[in-house]
Design a protein around this ligand. Structure first.
Ligand code: INI
Length: 158
């Protein structure tokens, strides 16, 4: 029997990635994107929007992310897709609907297509908590990029 593991530096200059970003709460999502790009650049990926390795797709909000992620995954063009969004709890149940749909939808896009689709969506109670996770303390965008690199590598091995 064997052990399979993805790595972070597996021919990264040949990867094709898509990043889907929700414009809602873009104070947060643009910071997640910057963290994501920083990580990818440091692992050898060309993050230039005019380059050949990453397509960037902005959508209105998290609710729209899954549809676009599924369409991108269906195209067969990408080794991994990273979804970035921020759902912040307000005074109404809206948060619950949006958070539930995006989490189910991202999982379904990956499961139905076999393409890694990374769930880079913050779900927090406050804007402060979201900003802390988007760079004030830590930038989770970095980790989402690492997950994409690892899964793209792993899917090529198993
Ligand atoms: N979209 C988000 O990305 N984050 C949110 O916190 C949010 N809230 O709370 O309303 C949100 N709503 C918009 C939603 O994603 C859709 O864009 C909109 O409903 C149109 O379909």
């Amino acid at each position: 029997m064997a052990t399979f593991e993805g790595t972070y530096n597996d021919n990264t200059q040949a990867l094709k990635l898509a990043i889907v970003i929700g414009r809602f709460n873009d104070l947060v999502t643009s910071k997640l994107l910057a963290g994501c790009q920083d990580c990818l650049r440091r692992h050898g990926v060309d993050t230039d929007p005019e380059g050949t390795q990453i397509d960037y797709i902005w959508v209105p909000g998290c609710f729209e992310i899954s549809l676009v992620a599924k369409k991108l995954a269906d195209s067969g063009k990408y080794n991994a897709i990273i979804c970035l969004g921020a759902v912040i709890r307000g005074d109404t149940p809206h948060f619950d609907y949006v958070a539930a749909e995006v989490s189910k939808g991202v999982a379904a896009a990956a499961f139905q297509t076999g393409v890694p689709v990374i769930f880079g969506v913050l779900t927090t109670d406050t804007m402060q908590q979201a900003l802390e996770r988007a760079g004030i303390k830590n930038n989770l965008g970095w980790g989402y990029a690492l997950s994409a690199l690892e899964m793209a590598s792993l899917m090529g091995k198993i």
